[in-house]
Design a protein around this ligand. Structure first.
Ligand SMILES: Cc1ncc(C[n+]2csc(CCOP(=O)(O)OP(=O)(O)O)c2C)c(N)n1
Length: 639
């Protein structure tokens, strides 16, 4: 394709098929335009920026060399895929990223054939890719499968499980290790140090390429012998790599921003027929945009921003975030109890444990993206008499469920689980929703399960978790800021399994578990105004349940509604079971359980998502009126 003068090349590229018509010499310009387009789009939508900027050249090179979507390209986590989306028929919608009805901020199968695998949680790409490669082999296919995985994602066990299996299966699979020496925070651990060593080693790639080209031209028997010698030389020169020990052919390190280096390497790999191959590409997070390159987190996740200055439009908060309240509460508790420890799985900023780490560096452990290990590591600390707070977002705790059950709960070990991002989280969508923790923890014998209904309650729950040493205990709290209450200096220890009545009424009882309390209070105001005297109770505990309080609510009201920002099978389900067991449903009590719907809700503004889920004051009112059979009477009063 010849480029029209003054027309951006990007305008000529709707899909990778167009890209492949360009001359190789045009690709640098295309990459520059793609980078500018990515920056401009994210300045409008907010979202993940640094990771995408680091893979612009890689994205161009991969789609140029490989025949996507027949060749399968899998992005680990998927947060770096915005340039990929722009090149794969989605440029016209790129400014809808992460908005309601817009493009997802991650790869998503339903969105495009160019996204062969959905992601958002890390370290799945090699497993998924190997499955695709094995499936292809069974079908007698010949397409390529390429998994791009970051050095941060490479800290999770799953990546090694996959490589171990790949080395054994021997299927043709291309893994690109995108090594930018960053996770969200600087990477931790021996693997990160090992990669740094590989990168800083001699530029043996040149030596090796030369050796390889040489041996290829030899007659077959001599070639075979020399190839073995080349393998030997490689090991001799580099000391071998861990990847080679696992059965991968290791290529690299290569400069992931230099198309002149990348293209020949990718073509070579495409045209040779090895089993599993790992290309070690070295990139820079935030590359090509000065404010990102200079930022501590390399602009991992950003709000809307000004492209010229890089200044982000963070709205002014009216109250401290729940995350901040958790961190400051734990710091306070740790002052008087030196057994309090904190553990994060590569999320020091997100969990607030960066603050705890500043106050108590020796009592803080960042274990890398390794939630399973984090939980069992915490269990080990608990056996030594410590009080580990294993702070993992609701969605990422899913990955460590067997560790929670087998290593913590069955042994009754007092590990504390602060569970941030409970409920719907907005722009990150269904993969990040904190939907299931209440359901998957309340079914475990001996677990204490709490949820904070506001930031003061959270402070109390931190104090309660410090004091509770009899077994595992969790407390969940939502994303975002609290409701703006005056905070006590220290939290009070709550009585285990006791709720609290927030306001007394006579006809309707709203029994809330967690962050929907302000919506309950709003609904109660409206119900009172409609002549329906309403009680609002804060359950505090989903396990053990406060059956004294629940019995009272059931006996003294006509309607009882349970509300929680979690899936069915959680708090409301347990209350219903107990009410049924005790015969409290036999006397005409109208009971409803409001939870998240049985669906994966697409990304949107949190309020819009909660409205869709029926978990706002309107939803509560509708439920009460429907239960009473008075929906048509109340509607005009509310308008
Ligand atoms: C299981 C899991 N834990 C935590 C996260 C949060 N997270 C998203 S991206 C990221 C860092 C990934 O680092 P890396 O793989 O090096 O990619 P980079 O952003 O540097 O390109 C983390 C910790 C996640 N997505 N999945």
């Amino acid at each position: 394709m010849t480029s029209k003068p003054d027309t951006p090349l990007l305008d000529q590229v709707k899909s990778p098929a167009d890209l492949r018509q360009l001359d190789e010499s045009d690709l640098k310009q295309l990459a520059d335009e793609l980078r500018a387009e990515t920056i401009d789009a994210v300045s409008i939508t907010g979202g993940h920026l640094g990771a995408g900027l680091g893979v612009v050249e890689l994205t161009v090179a991969l789609h140029y060399v490989f025949n996507t979507p027949d060749d399968k390209l899998i992005w680990d986590v998927g947060h770096q895929c915005y340039p990929h989306k722009i090149l794969t028929e989605r440029r016209d919608r790129i400014r809808t990223l992460r908005q309601g009805d817009g493009l997802s901020g991650f790869t998503k199968r339903a969105e495009s054939p160019f996204d062969p695998f959905g992601a958002a949680h890390s370290s799945t790409s090699i497993s998924a890719g190997l499955g695709m490669a094995a499936g292809r082999d069974l079908k007698g296919g010949s397409n390529n499968v390429i998994a791009v995985i970051g050095d941060g994602a490479m800290s999770a066990g799953m990546a090694y499980e996959a490589m171990n299996n790949a080395g054994h299966l021997g299927s043709r699979l291309i893994v690109i290790l995108n090594d930018n020496d960053m996770s969200i925070a600087p990477p931790v651990g021996a693997m990160s140090a090992y990669l740094a060593k590989l990168v800083s080693g001699p530029t043996y790639q040149t030596f090796r390429d030369a050796a390889k080209n040489l041996v290829k031209n030899l007659p077959k028997p001599v070639f075979e012998k020399a190839a073995r010698a080349e393998e030997y030389a490689r090991g001799f020169w580099t000391g071998g790599t861990l990847f080679e020990e696992l059965g991968f052919y290791y290529v690299g390190p290569v400069d992931g921003h230099n198309l002149e280096h990348l293209l020949p390497v990718l073509k070579n790999v495409r045209d040779t027929h090895h089993g599993p191959i790992l290309i070690h590409a070295v990139t820079q997070k935030g590359k090509g945009y000065a404010p990102a390159e200079g930022a501590k987190d390399k602009y991992h996740g950003v709000a809307k921003f000004d492209v010229v200055t890089g200044k982000q439009a963070k709205p002014k908060a009216n109250a401290p975030s729940y995350t901040n309240v958790f961190a400051t509460s734990l710091i306070k508790e740790a002052e008087t109890d030196d057994r309090v420890l904190a553990i994060t799985a590569a999320m020091p900023d997100g969990t607030g444990l960066d603050l705890f780490g500043e106050a108590y560096p020796k009592r803080t452990f960042d274990v890398g993206i390794a939630e399973q290990h984090a939980v069992t590591f915490a269990a080990g600390l608990a056996t030594e008499g410590f009080k580990p707070f294993c702070a993992i977002y609701s969605t990422f705790l899913q990955r460590a469920y067997d560790q929670v059950v087998h290593d913590v709960a069955i042994q009754g070990l007092p590990v504390r689980f602060p569970i941030d991002r409970a409920g719907l989280v907005g722009a990150d969508g269904p993969t990040h929703a904190g939907a299931f923790d209440t359901a998957f923890l309340t079914c475990l014998p001996g677990f204490v399960v709490m949820a904070a209904s506001d930031e003061v309650e959270l402070r109390h729950m931190v104090a309660t978790a410090v004091a509770y040493d009899e077994g595992p205990i969790s407390f969940r709290y939502p994303r975002g800021e609290g409701v703006g209450l005056d905070m006590p200096e220290r939290g009070s220890v709550l009585e285990i399994g006791k709720g609290v009545i927030r306001r007394e009424g006579t006809k309707v009882a709203l029994l809330n578990f967690g962050g929907r309390m302000s919506e309950c209070l709003k609904a109660a105001d409206e119900l009172d105004a409609a002549g329906l005297s309403t009680t609002v109770a804060d359950a505090r505990f989903a396990k053990p349940l406060d059956m004294d309080m629940i019995r009272r609510l059931a006996r003294e009201h006509e309607v009882l509604v349970m509300i929680e920002e979690g899936s069915a099978g959680g708090f409301g389900s347990h209350v219903l079971t107990r009410l049924a067991e005790e015969g409290l449903l036999d006397n005409g009590l109208k009971v409803r359980a409001l939870a998240l719907p049985d669906a994966y809700l697409d990304h949107d503004k949190p309020d819009a998502m909660y409205a869709r889920a029926g978990l706002n004051s309107d939803g509560i009112l509708k439920t009460v009126f429907t239960a009473l059979g008075t929906a048509s009477v109340s509607a005009p009063q509310r308008a």
